[in-house]
Write a protein that binds this ligand. Structure first.
Ligand code: OAD
Length: 249
């Protein structure tokens, strides 16, 4: 198979990328599933549902404050930087990065057109008035000390995270980018969580070349046209450089 047959003859291609926890693994952030995964040590229904927040906000708050404070200790890795480089090589409107990750490593490595479909650890959201604010200076508060909303004075802002049972953020924009792209690249995702895991099917039926990069085979691997097994931080810089070269960017 010619690995570059997806490239149109008469125009610069559009590229959409979906990332999952695996892209941040080499930065020291735990993935969710498998040995030592975050969901091995915590029950989803205790920390990642609206019901858990209503029933026991202190446990949920402690869990997310721990993850928020970790952002001060980690750095982007070569895979994050490779995606930022690819975006900068393409004209505006030709690149969309969709991430399931709630860390801030894509933004810190220079990615600009970025949709955080599962929310962002940096942000808190007021349940009363909907105000979204960054409060990273408050990650070391005691578990029972919640953050008050500056806009309406409500005393308990929630993490700006899409929990199980809630709608992902930006779905209309995401679907548009996936339908329009010539190349759809998925990195570091096990393919268990929908609707993210189904985007490769949309891309495939709408004519995109679908490329996967993952340490092991995801459960939806049959949907990809091309697969690279290994570490994102090792594979992605080379893959991106090869595309930049063949596209003459
Ligand atoms: P998972 O933890 O389910 O999967 C991470 C994938 O990354 C696995 O298939 C690993 O093999 C792979 N991986 C690990 N290290 C890697 C590396 N260095 N390079 C490449 N791949 C590597 O994480 P996600 O698929 O992102 O949602 O999980 C999806 C959603 O489930 C998350 O956004 C989260 C979770 O519940 C919410 O919290 C709403």
């Amino acid at each position: 198979m010619n690995l570059h047959s997806w490239i149109p003859d008469d125009r610069i291609p559009k590229i959409a990328v979906l990332t999952g926890a695996g892209i941040s693994a080499e930065s020291g952030i735990r993935t969710f599933r498998g040995n030592d995964g975050l969901w091995e040590g915590h029950r989803i229904e205790d920390v990642a549902t609206p019901e858990a927040w209503a029933r026991d906000p202190e446990t949920v708050w402690r869990f997310y404050q721990g993850r928020r404070s970790q952002l001060h200790e980690v750095e982007p890795n070569p895979a994050h930087y490779a995606l930022a480089k690819l975006e900068k090589s393409l004209p505006k409107g030709h690149f969309t990065l969709i991430t399931q990750n709630v860390d801030d490593l894509h933004g810190r490595s220079g990615s600009e057109v970025l949709i955080h479909m599962h929310g962002e650890l940096r942000l808190l959201r007021c349940q009363q008035c909907g105000t979204v604010d960054e409060k990273m200076e408050l990650v070391h508060l005691e578990p029972s000390e919640y953050v008050t909303c500056d806009s309406c004075g409500d005393e308990i802002m929630r993490p700006h995270i899409v929990w199980f049972g809630e709608m992902p953020i930006g779905m209309a924009e995401i679907e548009e980018a996936v339908i329009e792209c010539d190349l759809f690249l998925v990195i570091g995702s096990s393919g268990h969580v929908y609707p993210a895991a189904g985007l490769v099917n949309i891309a495939s039926v709408t004519g995109s070349h679908c490329v996967g990069v993952n340490l092991d085979r995801p459960v939806n691997d049959f949907a990809f046209h091309e697969f690279h097994l290994g570490k994102a931080g090792e594979i992605l810089p080379e893959l991106v450089d090869s595309w930049i070269e063949v596209l003459n960017l």
